[in-house]
Structure formats: C-alpha cells, structure tokens
Design a protein around this ligand. Structure first.
Ligand code: FES
Length: 120
C-alpha cells in the first residue's frame, strides 16, 4: 500500500492526489491504493495507465488478484473481464461497468483525481 496522499491544487474541479511512486509500476502491474476511503487500483498495461475500483462490480471479488492483458482486467473469481478503456464487462455477465477514474503520472508520482470520486 502507498503512504498517505499529498493534495495538489489545480484548476476546475480536479483534485489530484499522489498515490504512489511511479517506479512501483515497473515492478508490479497492479497497485492497490485508497483515496477518500475508496479502495482503488492503479494499473499499468504497456504504456497505458488506468485507475479503477478494486471490488468487482459483479460479486465484489478483489480485482487486485486478477490479471491484466491487452487493456483487459480479468476478475479472479469468475474470469469475466473488464475493458480498462470503457469499463464494460465481457459479454454474458449481468454486471454494471467497472468504474474508472482519471489518472496520470507527473513528477515521479502517480496521481488520481479525487474530485472524480466525490461525483459518485
Ligand atoms: S466476481 Fe468478478 S466476475 Fe464475478
């Protein structure tokens, strides 16, 4: 887990929170973090960065135990997968889409927009 977040001010309603060092993503593809009491994942897939909820929207499995391949996050329980691009679940599963959040890297850190969490 990452240490406490650092708040950074920015224009509009974005509230970027630093959640971990960028270097951690060279060792792990999936990192667990928590922002505003919400469990989240930061995922690196090739050159792409994603942030999403940690609990599977289907039956709440821990998606940090899943695997990532070609823009898809596979749930460890039923092996359905979610598109990291639009959040949609693979066909045939009765589930809402995976919630995803704005994420970026800057200054050697990974940042998530905490303002997007309060919009839930
Ligand atoms: S719990 Fe994740 S697909 Fe069923």
């Amino acid at each position: 887990m990452c240490d406490g977040p650092i708040l950074a001010g920015e224009e509009n309603s974005a509230r970027w929170v630093a959640v971990c060092e960028k270097d951690r993503l060279t060792e792990q593809k999936i990192i667990c973090t928590k922002v505003g009491g919400v469990d989240l994942l930061v995922i690196k897939d090739g050159d792409q960065l994603y942030a999403c909820e940690r609990a599977c929207p289907h039956e709440q499995a821990d998606l940090s135990l899943g695997r990532v391949d070609d823009g898809q996050l596979y749930c460890p329980r039923h092996l359905a997968w979610f598109s990291l691009v639009d959040g949609k679940i693979s066909s045939g599963w009765p589930s809402r889409a995976l919630r995803r959040y704005p994420v970026r890297d800057a200054d050697g850190q990974i940042w998530i927009d905490a303002g997007s969490l309060s919009a839930l």
